[in-house]
Ligand binder design. Structure first.
Ligand code: GDP
Length: 890
């Protein structure tokens, strides 16, 4: 149709107006009834124009059914328009007149028939075309709706992601541009049909021109005839488009044919499946938009915020996995921070946390130590709690009667068998107060051990009994004990001991305690005090009562129906029984065959031995008990817990053993250590170390010794325990001592025979002690020996130079008068001029009247010469002094 239309247009535009007149000679007219497939009929005037001989028109081509050149269709309704057709037909008729003349009537009618047939065919074609156009229009409308919907969506998205990065915006713009193009294309397509439609109106005047367009093929004429019909049908539909002037239906066709073709031929099937296509097209449209925007800037995936579990060390891969992020993103992030890593590299927990938080995740840090989680401090239901005995520690100055008191309470005399001085053996005992309440006493090796235990998180003691001898009063260790008790925030009960002694002054003790912020009840404070005598067993019951009273105030409770938890008070390696640990059960009940963990050791409880030496089956809260069955010796202060399986026990102890090893390794390497440590070592390089190897009978004593010895250290001198352990002194100890050139100290232990011989051979000193204070004192003395002595200056006298003499062989000699003190030969001197020290040195000569003098006292005159110094002047003062060396002590 398009094709045929355009030539028609051309023809018409060229056609001169003067042609086509009915009166014209040589024109034969006839009326043909044209019937359409849709039922309408039309009378069409057919003119036959005689060809003018020598006319400008080309000889008319032989009429074909598709191009009935001579026919002019005159639509009844629009004669003008239909007249347009004859215009083109007319010129054709003119030249062809000659030829046509020869045509017979039959031929003419045959031609008319052919023409009619052609019309019918054309009508059919047009119908199909119309249908086609309608569908396309519908499709257009659909597409437009889709586009609009997509645009609306896109606008929403734009609003939502306005903050998105540059690339995305650019992509969006591009996409928009594309849409713009499409729309403009669509818009451009609209005007296009308009001119195509217009030809129809322009053809309207054409009836005047037909004559001129001589050789125009007849096809256009036919089309033109058809067109008005099409317009009639299509016009209302095109108006719906609402864009610009009404466009005839065929108008969009030329532009739309392209896309339509892309979609394949329009058949009934495709037309019916248009709906499906629509759905697809929405999706595909979206995909296309995404493609245009580029993948990088595609809609952000819904962010998954996770709780990321981060161990102490994690690989990039694992970290990314746990965050549900891409590993590249993590690597990129680290690179930005200047850390070049591979996916398999590990980062520490801090870095990992930084990355995870940057990416908006929450972090849960876990440590290897989590294996210990749930071992201790599980909260008990308050309903399960039952009253438990108080745990009491007795503290005080040495010889104030701690052991005696404990012993008196236990009704057993251990003081007689003990070495005296200080309590070495560690244990715990349970006694029953007159009221019937049980009280557990812990016999600590010293205050340091008490604090050491506390430092490890083992709060064992509920009450501290401070023993102060009434005849001695508050002593240094009493003060220390007060400090320890206060630091542990443990209530105190003062036991004023040795009340039986004639010189006992209990009130003095009370007053002295005031100085240390311990205010007893009788002085208006809240600290309970009891006057006792351990020896005479006076007031012991009152002491126990007081303890019971204090315990009541504390409302001590524990849940006995659970797995036991406790603290190792003492541990030793027994020859016959293997590792033995004294444990104070703090919660739950410890039962034989429980699997226990303490420090880096674990074991299955083989037997439980009570404080009275009896074998027991179970031990409840506040009960001290000896455990047999440990695989190794735990340390005093280690917390003990019951676990459900050996595997768990191994897991925990393996971890702790590893920790311990690492700590030791760190300490060892710390000697060489970091730069900082090196610097500090350089600074204190003058410091002298007294190396020691210490062996003790029990862990508690060992710790107390190490603690006391290490405390002795100053900036100049320090004791360094290079090896310490529980048990007899062995050959290897001696070897180590030999290598380190240090003594071996045995506390309540002896050396093996081989070790003794080895020590003798190597000249290593082995010292035995059974009292910690003696040991500490000796170490202190040895350390003092390492201290550099102090130089003390003693002023002797001053002398004024009156004259200078030159003496041969001796040089210059100053003639002086001693103004104060004495001047001695061999003493140190300073030459002072105008209160400024000019020279320091020694006197070489001291003469009195030509004789050498030993010393010259004030008021006398003498001659003095300096060792290797000559520049003395009259008026200078010579200061004479002596330097003494004083040995220091710690
Ligand atoms: P610790 O070092 O604090 O354990 O003191 P001890 O218990 O070893 O006692 C030191 C000395 O004081 C021993 O000789 C006891 O006999 C003596 N002693 C302890 N308590 C009393 C007491 O109440 N009265 C008298 N007169 N002497 C006592």
């Amino acid at each position: 149709m398009t094709d045929t239309k355009n030539p028609g247009e051309k023809t018409l535009s060229v056609a001169p107006t003067k042609t086509l007149t009915l009166k014209r000679p040589g024109v034969e007219q006839g009326v043909v009834r044209q019937s359409f497939s849709h039922g309408r009929t039309k009378a069409v005037v057919v003119e036959k124009v005689k060809r003018r001989i020598g006319g400008e028109g080309k000889p008319e081509p032989a009429p074909t059914p598709s191009a009935p050149a001579p026919t002019t269709v005159q639509a009844g309704r629009r004669p003008g328009k239909s007249g347009g057709a004859p215009t083109s037909g007319a010129p054709a008729a003119k030249p062809s007149g000659v030829v046509l003349r020869t045509l017979t009537e039959e031929e003419r009618s045959a031609r008319a028939h052919a023409l009619a047939d052609a019309k019918v065919r054309e009508a059919e074609e047009r119908k199909v075309a119309e249908e086609d156009a309608r569908r396309r229009n519908e499709q257009d409308a659909r597409e437009r709706a889709e586009r609009e919907a997509a645009e609306a969506r896109k606008r929403e998205e734009e609003d939502r992601r306005r903050h998105d990065d540059e690339a995305k915006r650019r992509a969006e713009q591009e996409a928009k541009k594309r849409f713009g193009e499409e729309e403009s294309k669509a818009a451009a397509a609209a005007p296009k049909p308009a001119p195509a439609a217009r030809p129809a109106p322009t053809t309207r005047p054409a009836p005047a021109r037909p004559a001129t367009t001589t050789a125009t093929p007849s096809t256009p004429i036919n089309l033109r005839n058809i067109k008005p019909e099409a317009e009639e049908d299509e016009a209302p539909r095109t108006v719906r488009r609402g864009s610009g002037p009404p466009r005839p239906a065929p108008a969009p066709k030329p532009t739309r044919t392209g896309p339509a073709k892309q979609r394949g031929r329009l058949t009934v099937v495709t037309a019916l499946s248009a709906d499906e296509e629509r759905e697809r097209s929405v999706a595909s449209f979206r995909r296309r938009v995404q493609r245009l925007k580029g993948h990088a800037s595609s809609e952000p995936k819904e962010k998954l915020v996770r709780e990321v579990t981060i161990p102490e060390v994690i690989t990039i891969q694992e970290l990314a996995n746990r965050m549900s992020e891409r590993a590249v993103d993590v690597i990129r992030m680290l690179m930005k921070q200047g850390q070049m890593v591979k996916i398999t590299d590990t980062v520490d927990a801090d870095t990992a946390q930084l990355v995870a938080e940057e990416l908006g995740h929450t972090v849960k840090r876990v440590a290897e130590s989590d294996v210990e989680e749930g071992l201790f401090d599980l909260v008990d239901d308050p309903d399960d709690l039952e009253a438990r005995p108080a745990v009491v520690t007795i503290m005080g100055h040495v010889d104030h009667g701690k052991t005696s008191l404990l012993d008196a309470i236990r009704h057993a005399n251990v003081v007689a068998g003990e070495a005296g001085g200080i309590t070495q053996h560690i244990g715990a005992y349970q006694v029953t107060a007159p009221s019937g309440a049980k009280i557990t006493f812990i016999d600590t090796p010293g205050h340091a051990a008490f604090t050491a235990m506390r430092a490890r998180g083992a709060k064992v003691t509920d009450i501290v009994v401070l023993v102060v001898a009434a005849d001695d009063g508050v002593m240094p260790q009493t003060i220390e004990a007060i400090q320890h008790a206060k630091a542990a925030k443990v209530p105190m009960i003062v036991a004023i001991n040795k009340i039986d002694k004639p010189d006992a002054k209990p009130d003095r003790v009370r007053t002295e305690l005031l100085q240390h912020e311990v205010q007893v009840e009788s002085l208006g404070g809240d600290v309970l005090d009891v006057e006792v005598s351990a020896k005479q067993k006076i007031n012991l019951d009152r002491l126990l009562e007081t303890i019971g009273l204090q315990a009541e105030i504390l409302e001590l409770k524990a849940n006995p129906r659970r797995d036991a938890e406790g603290t190792v008070i003492e541990a030793k390696l027994d020859r016959g029984r293997g590792p033995v640990a004294t444990v104070l059960v703090q919660r739950g009940t410890l039962i034989v065959s429980d699997i226990v963990v303490a420090g880096a050791e674990w074991g299955r409880v083989r037997a439980l031995v009570s404080d009275t030496g009896d074998s027991i089956e179970e031990a409840g809260p506040s009960v001290p008990v000896e455990i047999l069955g440990f695989n190794g010796t735990p340390e005093a202060g280690d917390r003990l817990a019951v676990v459900d399986s050996e595997a768990r026990a191994r897991e925990v102890t393996n971890y702790r053993a590893r920790q311990k090893r690492e700590k030791q390794a760190a300490r060892a390497s710390g000697m060489r250590g970091s730069l900082e440590q090196m610097m500090s070592q350089l600074k204190t390089s003058g410091r002298k170390d007294l190396s020691l190897i210490i062996k003790a009978d029990v862990q508690g004593s060992l710790e107390a010794i190490i603690g006391s010895v290490e405390k002795l250290g100053t900036e100049e001198v320090a004791a360094r325990v290079i090896s310490a352990g529980v048990g007899a002194i062995t050959e290897s100890d001696v070897t180590l001592a030999e290598a380190s050139n240090c003594p071996v100290i045995g506390f309540n232990v002896r050396a093996h025979k081989e070790a003794r011989e080895a020590a003798e051979r190597a000249g290593i000193e082995i010292r035995y002690y059974n009292i910690i204070y003696n040991l500490v004192d000796d170490v202190k003395a040895a350390m003092s020996g390492l201290l550099p002595p102090t130089l003390r200056e003693t002023m002797l006298g001053n002398a004024q130079i009156l004259d200078i003499f030159n003496v041969s062989k001796v040089g210059k000699v100053a003639g002086c008068r001693v103004t104060d003190g004495t001047v001695e030969r061999g003493a140190n001197v300073r030459l002072i001029r105008d209160n400024v020290v000019i020279h320091e040195g020694k006197l070489s000569q001291l003469k009195r009247f030509k004789d050498d003098a030993k010393e010259v006292s004030a008021g006398q005159e003498c001659g003095m010469a300096f060792e290797s110094y000559q520049d003395m002047r009259v008026g200078d003062v010579i200061e004479c002094y002596r330097v003494e060396t004083v040995q220091r002590t710690l």
